[in-house]
Write a new protein. Structure first.
Length: 327
């Protein structure tokens, strides 16, 4: 059995789909409320579904047959300002799961974030040491919450404290792909601009407010969610590998590249316009992210990553352009 927290969310549901496709016994832990998040898992066989407040009784019941916990559940909004809420959901639950997995000899794979790197001035090297992590300065409460968890886990490992038999923190970069539709303003730029391209044949994206980047020239390491799922499944299949790992493609691309790829996938001549970035975002905006991928490759993950053009074309043609866009 594999439990996926946040299993009905964007990344969690894609990992669940990949596991279900190969016959794994998957348990989803998530909240559904009144949105359509249930559709993210509707096409796949799941063994059980539990609410977060039912997780601990379930763990007590199934621990002897539990293969791993894949912890994707979190408040992922980079604009959330209720820090107490973020601490309860992102910090406390993650540390509690870490301690439970350590005590019960259960493997743990969890979602960290490239937001832990802040403005990138200290680079994007996923060195998993307390010294290296201490140099990072996240720009928002979300990134800080992920950083708190990374630092706690690494400190425990360095102190030779009790730990799970396998642990892996995934520093996720800019993930896009099917099943992100419930995320509102936190959807990928691609999902947000697609309706505009279809409706009007034009899009509007943020101007640059730095002289060293042109409008639309802000750079991100965009990674298709299928690649994230591939990394997660590889780790599940490779219990000897533990550590903090970047999960990106290792190649930064511009927002103009991303939007142009969407136009090309739809066979529409690109028409890109630029608008001012809101004042409240400018001091916390990352102009460049690019994952260093040497550690994951050295650990043995050899599968090629999907190119931006191929990933965008797949998402646009096979999901965003369909009446049923769910995986």
């Amino acid at each position: 059995m594999i439990i996926i927290t946040g299993g009905a969310g964007f990344i969690g549901s894609n990992i669940a789909a990949a596991l279900a496709a190969r016959g794994e016994e998957v348990v989803i832990c998530d909240r559904f409320s009144t949105d359509d998040r249930w559709r993210n898992i509707a096409k796949h066989k799941v063994h059980n579904i539990v609410a977060p407040d039912e997780l601990w009784p379930l763990l007590a019941h199934v621990r002897s047959g539990l293969r791993a916990i894949v912890h994707m559940g979190a408040i992922s909004s980079t604009t959330e300002r209720d820090v107490d809420l973020i601490v309860r959901n992102n910090v406390r639950l993650s540390i509690d799961l870490w301690e439970w997995c350590a005590k019960n000899d259960v493997r743990l794979i969890y979602a960290s974030s490239a937001a832990t790197y802040g403005d990138g001035s200290n680079g994007f090297d996923d060195e998993g040491t307390s010294e290296a992590l201490g140099k990072l300065k996240p720009l928002n409460p979300y990134g800080w919450s992920k950083h708190v968890v990374d630092r706690r886990i690494v400190a425990d490992v360095e102190a030779r404290a009790i730990k799970p038999p396998q642990w892996a923190g995934l520093k996720l970069f800019n993930v896009y792909g099917p099943n992100e539709y419930h995320k509102g303003a936190m959807k990928s730029v691609l999902a947000q601009v697609h309706p505009d391209i279809v409706r009007s044949g034009r899009v509007s994206i943020f101007k640059s407010h730095r002289e060293d980047y042109g409008d639309g020239g802000q750079l991100r390491d965009f990674i298709h969610v299928d690649d994230v799922a591939s990394v997660a499944l590889w780790l599940i299949d490779t219990p000897s590998v533990s550590g903090l790992f970047n999960v990106g493609t290792g190649k930064a691309r511009s927002f103009s590249d991303l939007v142009t790829a969407a136009f090309n996938a739809l066979e529409i001549e690109p028409e890109i316009h630029f608008r001012d970035m809101p004042e409240e975002l400018r001091d916390r905006y990352q102009y460049f992210t690019e994952a260093k991928m040497e550690r994951l490759r050295a650990a043995g993950f050899s599968k090629p990553f999907i190119s931006l053009e191929d990933g965008v074309a797949d998402y646009v043609r096979n999901y965003l352009g369909k009446d049923d866009p769910y995986r």
